[in-house]
Design a protein around this ligand. Structure first.
Ligand code: ADP
Ligand code: MG
Length: 399
């Protein structure tokens, strides 16, 4: 709702959430925010009525989908688009387009298949199943298809959802006795985009529901697009008949980008943020972060925040320090053997000493409970590192 250099105010649905978030999740939320804007010291949770309205909308949706669907039908001007707004469209980001996805050898086939499906849904590859490790662009591609179809073929009802959300919706529909409505809703879809199907592992009843929806849509020639973290036949906790259906169309993988592709991705992300990144820094990042594009974006966000808030220009030295905070698996071998990375395998004492040395404050001050401004950021950095590098619990950090 509001923010300054040192504080953020977050709107919440109810006083229950306010209480719960500020008592149980304060540290996690703060750590997440501080990792982006290091100067933040205080986070407030304030009840915001406008959010409440939206949440109630969803509750009505579960309890009485019929009423909502009548209301929506009345409002419909462009049939398909309204349905998109209706089912989980808040999950889709316009940032993810097929044409701002950088195509490299690792994603050429996947991108071509997505492009073909977005042009002629239901007629080329059905289902389209994309798999690969996290952070390699599956969600980007899936949402890119949803966005393209939404704009180019407004009469089609496109639904993007995640397996996780599908599960939650399904469970809610059982609770509110509206499973029929949920089925009816999914039956009307022209294009179903379902992200991260691996989350249905072991969820037998939800798989059964998806199986039925899949069959109905498939037989009606509707397009289905899926993603998972591995190929269908390795999803061993999914029913065999679902696995085999996922393979009926085309299965393509996304793998790690090579150096040139990483460099192009960095360039594109900086351009999208209208940030001028020195070429040597872009190359340094491309050389050192190899496995996960999300982490490339994380670094870039840090660099931009640092520049916006403190005017610190990005240099290789600053970026190297940021990189040392990444998990080792994301880094190239050259980086993992360098000094800055080796220092992540350190003891509690090493870590405290390094933070105190870096910020030039005494260890005693770092560990004390005073609220002096100059000690706050070093202390938060130390807490962050203890949590993320040495996997300390918050309780242990507190002690
Ligand atoms: P996944 O769903 O496979 O875990 P995402 O689609 O969420 O990965 O990708 C993580 C981030 O990396 C997203 O912000 C996405 O835009 C970006 N990304 C990944 N691959 C590319 C690419 N080839 N071109 C542009 N951005 C990419
Ligand atoms: Mg994803």
């Amino acid at each position: 709702m509001a923010s300054s250099d040192t504080s953020v105010t977050i709107g919440v649905i109810s006083s229950f959430h306010q209480d719960n978030l500020s008592k149980k999740f304060y540290n996690e939320i703060k750590a997440a925010i501080v990792s982006i804007v290091p100067t933040i010291e205080v986070i407030d949770f304030v009840v915001d009525d406008t959010i409440e309205m939206r949440a109630i909308d969803e509750v009505i949706d579960c309890r009485d989908a019929q009423k909502l669907s009548e209301k929506k039908t009345k409002n419909e001007s462009v049939h398909g688009v309204e349905i998109v707004e209706w089912v989980n469209s808040r999950l889709v980001s316009e940032r993810y387009q097929l044409d701002n996805f950088i195509v490299g050898p690792n994603t050429q086939l996947a991108h071509a298949a997505c492009d073909a499906v977005a042009r002629r849904p239901g007629s080329s590859y059905n289902p389209l199943y994309i798999y690969g490790n996290v952070g390699l662009g599956k969600t980007h591609l899936l949402q890119g298809i949803a966005n393209t179809i939404r704009w180019k073929q407004k009469d089609l009802r496109v639904v993007y959802t995640t397996a996780d959300k599908f599960l939650t919706d399904y469970v809610a529909s059982i609770k509110w006795r509206s499973v029929d409505k949920l089925r009816e809703r999914y039956r009307q879809i022209d294009v179903l985009v379902l992200d991260d199907v691996q989350f249905l592992a072991g969820k037998k009843q939800t798989q059964e529901e998806l199986y039925n929806i899949f069959n109905i849509l498939y037989e009606a020639g509707k397009q289905i697009i899926l993603s998972g973290d591995r190929p269908p036949r390795e999803l061993t906790e999914l029913e065999a008949r679902l696995q085999s259906r996922f393979e009926w169309g085309i299965t393509v993988d996304v793998s790690e980008p090579d150096y040139e592709t990483r460099l192009a991705i960095i360039g594109e992300k900086a351009r999208a943020r209208e940030f001028l990144l020195p070429q040597n820094v872009a190359e340094f990042i491309a050389e050192n972060v190899s496995t996960n594009v999300r982490e490339i974006e994380w670094i870039l966000n840090q660099i931009i925040a640092e520049y916006d808030l403190r005017g610190t220009p990005p240099t290789i030295e600053n970026v190297a320090m940021r990189l040392s905070k990444l998990p080792i698996r994301s880094l190239t071998p050259s980086m993992t053997t360098s000094k800055s990375i080796r220092s992540t395998h350190c003891s509690y004492e090493d870590l405290i000493q390094a933070v105190s040395g870096h910020f030039g404050i005494e260890i005693r001050a770092l560990l004390s409970e005073d609220r002096k401004k100059e000690n706050m950021i070093p202390r938060q950095v130390a807490m962050y590192l203890l949590k993320n590098k040495l996997h300390y619990t918050y309780e242990r950090i507190g002690n």
